[in-house]
Structures are given as structure tokens and as C-alpha cells.
Design a protein around this ligand. Structure first.
Ligand code: PLP
Length: 408
């Protein structure tokens, strides 16, 4: 009998007990709004910002309602608006082009390499006239940041990093989110810290962060922040910056602070799962692993591989066979957006763009979550199942794949 996996690809770990305790404390005193504090009390949200700034080495940090909000807030804070052209990865998640569109700008997509990172040659060609780059470290893959920053700096194009999948990661010794003018992180349930929804924005730029703080809905209470620039930075911007309400509350911050303390250990656990899968799938005919450069200190909370040149029917056959054995694979090649996976051609509020390399790569791109509820034995079992089913379909042992209905 063939082996079957019975775990859930969407089940994260529970909130740590220290987070539950801290949350109960907030619930019991009832002061959930970040600016609702007792005399001498420091809000959980302000403490989280201070701790996350220290974690990333940033001067300033602002906690907000979501990762997408953090990106939109950073764009607004550097003066991006209607009519501007903003570059971003063609391979990213929908909230990224969504944040660009929400400030009235036009997303301009940059091609994708076989390593799933932004294509820096295509970027170089598209930089002239761009107002900003939102660089998405999609699925945790980090491009050559030295080359990218040199090009963007020379062109005078500010870089906002989307670190939804690189919280805790680095390029050389510099944390992800600390290369560009601002770094944006998400604390939505499937990211590296879980508060259901939430976001963090870091930067060393006092003007940007003063604007971002007012934008987030600080009213004139910004002096209560502990990781914000001084009052002088706010004097110039406080009358001219709209309140685009998007604060974080003390309940979420209370849940997040113990998770931040655990983050390095959690990152090591993700990488242990990743490395077992990588070893289990090495040298599988028909399957290409994604190489990881030595400069990249990744945090692999998900796993990707390519099926180069496979037809849609074959990919669908593989997904169906893996699913029958309990392994849930996501495919970025679907013509229609499904679940969390969508492609540039389904973001039709943006002008249609020709991205042949991205289309070719996404047609063979398989994606899988690696929740920390999995053990390394689970990862080894998942690798054995994928390997066997890839071999069966690739070598034609699965029979004629055209017989599989193209239901999804
Ligand atoms: C999740 C995610 C975001 C935004 O996060 P939200 O908190 O859900 O708004 C941005 N970029 C990528 C690549 C993501 O996966």
C-alpha cells in the first residue's frame, strides 16, 4: 500500500502561552486601543514597535493593520500617488499590486527568473521614469540585493521591500527590509508571526516615518510612540498628512511580542523542514529545485519547485495524484485565480503587460506551505510522496494524463 500524509497544510501552531496570557491581560483591562493607556502604562503596541525596530536594526517602526496597509502607507509617505508608475514583481501576491492601485498608481510588472526572484536585467530596462519599486521577496526568495540596490540608487528610484515572506531573513548580514528606504511585514496567520491580521513598517527615514505615523491614524498622539522620530519631524507634516486609519491594537501586539522573542528559533525549525524536503526531492527527474545563493539567509516557511516544460494536463495529473495521498500542492499556472494564487493577468485593473518569462515559469511552478505543525518526519514523507508521483507522471507510468479532468 502506498504511503499517505494526513496532516493539514493550513494548520499553524497555537499562539504561545505567554501570548495568550498577555492577551488575557489586555482583555481584562479593556484598553485595546493603542492610545488608551493608564497613567505610566506603555501600550503593548508601542512596546512591539520598539522591539521590532531593535530586531531589524531599524531606527523606527510602526505597527499597522496589515502587510498590504504597510506597503500602501509607505508608498503614500514617500509621495507616490495618482498617475505614477510603480514597479513590482510580476510574481507576487495580490495585496502588492493592490496597494499600488490603492494610491492611484499604475503597477508595472517586472519579469521573474528561474530562481523565482525579480529579473534584474528587466528591472534595469524598466527603471527610467518609475516613481518607486515595491520589491516583493515572494515566497522568501531574495534576489542579488547588492546589484538591485546599486541600480535603483543610481536611477534615484526608492525601494520599498515587501517582506511578507522574509521576516527574520537576510541578504549577507543585512536583514531583509533594511536594504531599501522602507521594509513592510505582515503578521497575517500564514506569515512568520500570527496575529490573524497585522503589519509592521520599518525605516530609518524620519520624514517618511512621521508621515506614515500620521497616515496610520495617530491623531496628535504620536509622542506616545517609542520607535517613532522626535516631535520636530512631525511639525512639518502634521497639518498636511491625512489620517488613513489603519492602526494596530494592543490585543494583537500582546499576541505578537512573545512570538517575536521566539522568531529566531521558529525560523530554524522552518529551515529544518525545508532542508529535509530539499534533500528528499534532489535529483528527481522532471523536477527542478530552486537554488539558494550563499548570500541568502532564508526563512523557508513554504517550498517551491519547478516542472519545466510540463503540459497543464500533466501538472493537473500530478496535483490530483498528490492530493489523493494527502499532499496539497498549489499551482501558479492556473488560468483562473484560485485561493491565494493569482497571476498578473488576473489583476485586470492594471494595464495588460507582456511577461513571457514569468508566464513560462509560473506555468510550471508548484508551491506548498510548511506549517510548523509538521515534523521533519512529515517533511520526509511528503518528499517521498511527491517524488514518487512526479516520477510516475513524468515517466508516463501514470497512464495517459489527458484522462484527468481539468476541473480546477
Ligand atoms: C501576505 C502578503 C502580503 C500582505 O499581507 P496582508 O497582511 O495579508 O495584507 C504582501 N505580500 C505578500 C507576498 C504576501 O504574501
Amino acid at each position: 500500500m502506498s504511503e499517505r500524509f494526513t496532516g493539514s497544510f493550513t494548520q499553524q501552531e497555537p499562539i504561545p502561552e505567554a501570548g495568550i496570557e498577555a492577551a488575557l491581560k489586555v482583555l481584562r483591562h479593556g484598553r485595546l486601543h493603542r492610545y488608551n493607556t493608564a497613567p505610566d502604562e506603555i501600550a503593548e503596541t508601542a512596546l512591539l514597535e520598539e522591539e521590532f525596530a531593535a530586531f531589524t536594526g531599524a531606527k523606527y517602526c510602526l505597527a499597522v493593520a496589515s502587510g498590504g496597509y504597510a506597503i500602501g502607507c509607505a508608498l503614500r509617505a514617500i509621495g507616490v500617488g495618482p498617475g505614477d508608475r510603480v514597479l513590482t514583481n510580476a510574481f507576487t501576491l495580490a495585496p502588492v499590486p493592490g496597494a499600488i492601485a490603492a494610491v492611484g498608481s499604475a503597477p508595472a510588472f517586472v519579469e521573474t527568473t528561474e530562481n523565482l526572484t525579480i529579473d534584474i536585467d528587466d528591472l534595469a530596462a524598466k527603471l527610467p521614469g518609475a516613481k518607486a519599486l515595491v520589491l516583493s521577496h515572494m515566497r522568501g526568495h531574495i534576489c542579488d540585493m547588492d546589484r538591485l540596490m546599486a541600480l535603483c540608487d543610481a536611477a534615484g528610484v526608492p525601494v520599498i521591500e515587501d517582506c511578507a515572506h522574509t521576516m527574520g531573513a537576510a541578504w549577507r548580514q543585512t536583514p531583509s527590509g533594511r536594504h531599501g528606504i522602507a521594509g513592510c511585514y505582515s503578521t497575517q496567520t500564514y506569515k512568520h508571526m500570527n496575529s490573524g491580521e497585522g503589519g509592521l513598517l520599518v525605516s530609518d527615514d524620519p520624514d517618511l516615518m512621521a508621515r506614515a505615523t500620521i497616515l496610520s491614524g495617530s491623531y496628535m498622539l504620536y509622542t506616545r510612540h517609542r520607535a517613532a522620530p522626535g516631535p520636530e519631524a512631525f511639525e512639518k507634516v502634521k497639518y498636511v498628512t491625512p489620517n488613513v486609519s489603519g492602526r494596530m491594537d494592543n490585543l494583537r501586539a500582546a499576541i505578537l511580542r512573545p512570538q517575536l522573542a521566539d522568531l529566531p528559533a521558529q525560523c530554524a525549525r522552518w529551515n529544518a523542514l525545508y532542508q529535509v524536503l530539499e534533500a528528499g526531492l534532489a535529483d528527481t527527474p522532471g523536477l527542478r529545485l530552486i537554488p539558494r545563493p550563499a548570500e541568502e539567509h532564508y526563512v523557508a516557511s513554504s517550498f517551491q519547485f519547478l516542472l519545466p516544460g510540463w503540459s497543464g494536463d500533466r501538472v493537473r495529473a500530478l496535483i490530483a495524484r498528490a492530493a489523493a495521498r494527502g499532499v496539497e500542492l498549489k499551482w501558479f499556472g492556473h488560468a483562473e485565480p484560485t485561493g491565494f494564487t493569482s497571476r498578473h493577468d488576473s489583476w485586470r485593473y492594471a494595464e495588460a503587460q507582456s511577461l513571457p518569462n514569468t508566464d513560462r515559469i509560473l506555468a510550471g511552478l508548484i508551491d506548498m506551505r510548511l506549517p510548523l505543525t509538521f515534523s521533519t518526519d512529515d517533511a520526509a514523507l511528503i518528499a517521498r510522496i511527491i517524488r514518487a508521483e512526479v516520477l510516475a507522471v513524468h515517466q508516463g507510468e501514470a497512464g495517459p494524463v489527458e484522462a484527468v479532468p481539468a476541473a480546477d
